[in-house]
Structures are given as structure tokens and as C-alpha cells.
Write a protein that binds this ligand. Sequence first.
Ligand code: ADP
Length: 590
Amino acid sequence: MVEGEQSEGYLVDTQNTSLYLVGSTNSTVPSAPGYSSNEFWSSLSPAGLCEVVKQLCDALRPHLHRRASALSSVGSVLLSGPSGSGKLMAVRAVCSCLNLHLFKVDCVSLCSDTSAATEEKVQMAFSQAQQYQPCVLLLKDIEVLGRERDGLGEDARVIATLRQLLLDTDPALSHPVLVIGTTSKPQNVPTDVQTAFLHEVKIEAPSEEQRRLMLSMLTASLPLGKEVSLSKLARRTAGFVLGDFCALLSHSSRAACTRIQALSFPGGLSEEVERDFCTAGFPVLEEDFSAALEQLHDAHSQAVGAPKIPSVSWQDVGGLQEVKKEILDTIQLPLEHPELLSLGLCRSGLLLYGPPGTGKTLLAKAVATTCTMTFLSVKGPELINMYVGQSEENVRNVFARARAAAPCIIFFDELDSLAPSRGRSGDSGGVMDRVVSQLLAELDGLHSTREVFVIGATNRPDLLDPALLRPGRFDKLVYVGISEDRESQLQVLSAVTRRFKLDPSVNLTTILEKCPAQLTGADIYALCSDAMMCAVKRKVEWIEEGLDTEKSALILTMEDFLQAAARLQPSVSEQELLRYRLIQQKFAAS
Ligand code: ADP
């Protein structure tokens, strides 16, 4: 040691240890090296969400070392995705990856009666978050902040405060506070709030491969039956997000439970045995998944506003074999053989045309029932609205709903009212022209999403805008004609009378001989309902006379049918039929 230099001396007490408590200090969360990455809910890269977690980490990481990188604003990300898509889970994974605390605030709880109170609560949330630094402040459902109240327009004051908090950093902070806002309705987030976020990350609906990965991670600890194929399940769950898969698993486990109870213990299980069963675990079978899927599909189609279609089987449709084949080729083939799609051989639109009452709507319903797809049925006139721009918006919404519920069939009934030839309609401002253009644009957009099919039905294809019938749109035209030969009429008649109780004396062929030569399906339906009215009247008379009781079944006799046949008037006249034939020839030739 050089002389004159000051030195400090240290004394080491090897016998005693003293601990001094001087208050708390903030630090990062220690990373856990033995973290089990197999456990789905705490995984650092959850299946199907890896890409999102990576994007979020990449966006936020520079802000962790703010001093070094001289970034002036708060690191903030707006995370949008459908509800149940795993936004919170992705944020949790990000916090684990970056060793940050998570402070979660539900924006609904910040909303108050007055702007001032809301503003104060928002500020409170931010200052509370600072206590937990370094942390991520998660603002859940951010779109509710600053939204319109009582039609007074956006709440500018709250928005301004939020913007300021997001854009200005507090230099006094030693650790960063990062902000992630989540929303399932990005279109409702006020623009000023949206622009205050530095980054935007979107969670899209998972692809088939991602769905398979999610399923295999979620079912990792579940005993599955041998025949359960996760890839097949992934294919059947298009449009599902993480939340739906959780619902699927709990529904299928419940189905499995019910099945086991009903099977082995018809009298019910004792509590003890049931507990043993649950501990031992019983396999979830393919049939349980199918039952659960059916329930969820129902719920799904109700949520997107698709009406529930009364189940119509092919047996309810008489004849029309050719048309049926055409439709199934268009819709079922690509679903069952996805490899065809990769060749680009795909047709998404089909137009059924022909006289009214020939069973076009009935056919579409039968298709929906057989293909187990979501079925959106829209009548053209329903979409037309008197407000400017609303009709186009309605058309857009129908397609957006269909894409959300894919695989899906959109059925446009009375298509001619929705898409008349452009430039001809006499409405002011060309509303219909814009609707047609919107419809065309949406149809063209369908080629990227291959699981949405469109079926149109019209009585007047000659009125349609010709652009609609171009290849790639409604390029397949199918004529649904009226039954002219007795053979096909018989098929329709037996389909309609399938549910009735007939007297053994009834001979369907003889009935048809008494009818006019040209009958549509609807005419035959009218014939049957007329016959049923006769039978009901007779039965009422008999009951009044005490000859019959209400309990006995209603039986239709030959006499009822003959009376009805005598009164039957065909709904499509010779002249009209001729016109339809001409139209058919015109379209067949073009
Ligand atoms: P469109 O849509 O062609 O105008 P619909 O499908 O609405 O006609 O048919 C009206 C009714 O006629 C149906 O509800 C059904 O009861 C009956 N119908 C029509 N065609 C058939 C058919 N091929 N088989 C059985 N019933 C039919």
C-alpha cells in the first residue's frame, strides 16, 4: 500500500449474521428455470398463440431498457381478437417471458357516472400500476372507455386523459410500466385511443394446424378413446377459438360421464363409486366429442344470428335427384376432399332458378341439414333498408357473419330483389346499384375463404344483373322445374304424405290421374293440406256425434284426396311455363 493513501478497513464477523429490514424495493419477477412448459395454461409459448406472444414480446422488449434506447413514450400495445381467443393468456405468457408483473384492470370497472370520476379512476389505475413496476398494466375491454354516453358523442375528456397517460412517461420511474389494451371490438375503440398505442397486434381465428395443436395440448392430460382423431376434430371446428375448445372439452367430458353412468349403472352410481371412477379417469370417445360439437354448433349459429333450420331430410324432398347431385358436388366434395381445393378447383356459388313452389327453398334446407354446416338464410328484401348506406352495410354484415361461422352456407332467397340489373332500377340515388356492387365485391372476396358457399334462389333469373352470373360468382345455374310426368309427381306426393296416416284404400297414382297434368311441389302440398282439411272436418263431425274420440289418429281417406283433387288449380299457368322454358333455353345456351 502506498503511504498517505486512505484506505478503508473491513471487519468480517464470521460468527454472526445480521439481517436489516429497510423497506421494499421493486424488481423483476425471478424467472423460474424449471418452469413446466407442457402445462398449457402456464406455458411460455401456448399452442396456437406462439406467434402473438412473440409479436408482443418483440414490441415491448425495447421499452424494458428505456434509458438505454432513449425511447420517450410508454411501451403500449393494442391487442385485438375475438372474445375467447386467448388474449389474457397471451399477455400472461408475455409477462412470464419478460419477467414482469401483471396488473389487470377491467375497464368496465373504471366507467363512472361523470367524466371527471372516470378520469380519476383511470389515473388511479395508472398510478397503482407504478407501484408494481416493472409491470404490464392490462386494460381489458378498452373500447368501453370514452364511448358514447346518452348520445352525447365520445367522451373527449376521458380520451384525452388516456392519451396523455399513454404518451407521456414519468422520468422518475426506475422501471418501466408497459400498457396492453385488449379489445374484442376494435372498430369500437375511439380513433384517438387507438392512435395513442404504439403497436397493434391482432389475434386471428386459428388455422386448422393451430387448432390441432391447441387440441392436443388441451387434451394432453385427458384419457382419449383410441378412435378419437384430433386432426379430424380440428377440421370440424373451423371458426373455433380457445374458449370454444375449452367449452368443447367440458361438454365432451360431461357427455362421457353421462354415457358411463347410463351404461354400466342404470340405477345410478353411488357417490363413492362415482368418485373412484373420476379418479381412475374414463376415456372420452369420438361419440362424446360429436355430441358436444353438435351442441356447440347450435349455440354458435344462434350467436351469429343464423336461424335454426327445421331439420329437413332428403326423404322430405321428392324427386329432384339431378339438382341434389349438383348441389352436393359443389358443397360436399370440397369439404370432404380438401386436396381438390389446393388445385384451385373450387366453386362457391350456385343459383337455383325456376317457377315458384318447385322446392328450391326446401332443397337448400335439406342441404344444410345433411352437410351439418351453419346455414344463414337471408331473404333479399330483408336486407334493403331506407337509410343511406345501410343496405350495403347489411350485405357486408351477412358475409362477415358467414365468415365467422365457417363452414357456412349463405342462402339468398328472392335474389332478384337484391340484385336487379344495374342502371335500370328507378330508385333515387342508385341505392340498388350500390347494393349489387357490394354483393359482387363480397362474392369475389369469398375465394380466399373457401369454407363459405352461396346458394341463390330466384323465380326471375332474367332480371338479375348479368355480372352476377359470371364465372367465379353464381356460375353454376341449376333449373328446378315443375313435375310434368306422373312418375316424378308420385315421388313428391309420397314425400309429402310420408308423415300422414293414410287409409289402406288410398292409391296415390289414382289420385294423381285426377289432377291437372302440370303440378309444382307446392301444388301437391296444397292438395295434401286440402285433403287433410276434409279429414279434420269429418272427424270433428264424428266427435260431435259421439262416434269418434279426440285420441284416435287422423286418417286420410281416398275420398278426401279425390275431393281435394277436384278443386285443385295449378299455380303456374301454361303461358308462364312457356316463358320459364324460354328462359331455361336461354341460360342453357349461354
Ligand atoms: P320455392 O322456394 O321454389 O318457391 P319452396 O321450396 O318454398 O318453393 O316450396 C314450397 C313448398 O312446396 C315446400 O314447403 C314443400 O312443402 C312443397 N314442395 C315443393 N317441392 C317439393 C318436393 N320436390 N318435394 C316435397 N315437397 C315439395
